[in-house]
Design a protein around this ligand. Sequence first.
Ligand code: AMP
Ligand code: MG
Length: 414
Amino acid sequence: MMRPLAEMQVEVLERVPLLDEIEVSFAEAIGAVLSRDVDAREDLPGFENSAMDGFAVIAADTVLPPVDLAVVDDVAAGAVPPVTLIGGTAARIMTGAPIPAGADAIVPVEATEALQGGRVRILEAASVGDHIRPAGGNVRAGARVFDAGLRMRAVHASVMASMGVRPVVHRRPVVAMMSTGDELVPPSTPALARGAVRDSNRTLMKGLLTDLGVEVRDYGIINDDTKTFESVLDEAVEGTDAIVTSGGVSMGAYDIVKIALRERSSVDFWKIAMQPGKPFGFGTVNDVPFFGLPGNPVSVFVSYEQFMRPALLAMMGADLLFRDRVRGVLDDGVDTNPNKTVFLRVTVERDSDGGWHARKSGGQSSNVLSALAFADALAVVPVGTGRVEPGGTVELEMIHWPEARSRREVLGDR
Ligand code: AMP
Ligand code: MG
């Protein structure tokens, strides 16, 4: 019996721990998840200020332009304007500078003309509030700005920087990783002996983990020997938050991850009703979450995406755990096993009406790593579907949003 994908996903999320919280610098917070709600302590900006370089005026003075006003002050950003404007006067003002008392509008420099003798000619009528940024227009004192569970991007960290509120986040996980397989040789191996395979999974796993902001401990290639594996595992659990292995979890005689861990009641091995990624091991080793991914490179990716990425995000405290999906048309159609959720590797493109279209990015065998590299999305064919006709609708789980507008499109031959 195969285990439903969703059921396995729930179990993984239920069993992984939430990592503790730490205060970090603004820059370090990027990629981490807020452990507490963030409320504003003060208005930002804290004072009314000018949105333009120009002249602070009393709008009523400018009703019938042109009008000439006496320039009584010059207010730079950061200055505290000492004067109070009275009828017939203006203050030169720079973007971001506080509005002088009495002024109720800004006339941009482009709508003025400098005159001799400290006077300015206003060429266009101003209305009350023109080009004035209100206090609290960015962030209001007391308002909830961010919720706990938000995975911070540069823009979020910069908002917190503007507020002067140090980010408190969940610690980033430390993940130990290893590849298993007697056939594996280092990627730098120039000529492969017959039967040898370059270890691509560790490069893949390391990259995926690093993208999530995880700290990786790399234990290298482990031979298909249970004793070796167990001793490396004992070392790997020390001071780590999760362990991930590739290979050795299916039905083969040398599937040593399964053979070594089957004895420990805390790790189980399943056949998941998904393709690729059917064999999967999960549990804990000395209370450390353990992810036994299959060996086939595409399976590594899909299993990582479906189980480990959400789990790591959950450990980091994230509220949102799964990639978003869009609906699209599968232009080339497919025949799949109706008993499994099938993840096809596809490229996506938008037609002129804005609709998404997908095509297989290459061979759909779980060893065809190149097709994964060309893919933008995983097209999801749910259990019970089997065949999708050309032109049929699928959900596209975006694993990469393609960039657009080539240098040539923008610059031509320049
Ligand atoms: P296994 O799950 O160990 O039976 O491996 C399944 C397939 O994936 C075999 O064809 C392996 O050679 C291949 N494989 C396993 N580990 C890796 C790896 N680290 N890099 C590339 N291919 C791998
Ligand atoms: Mg193997």
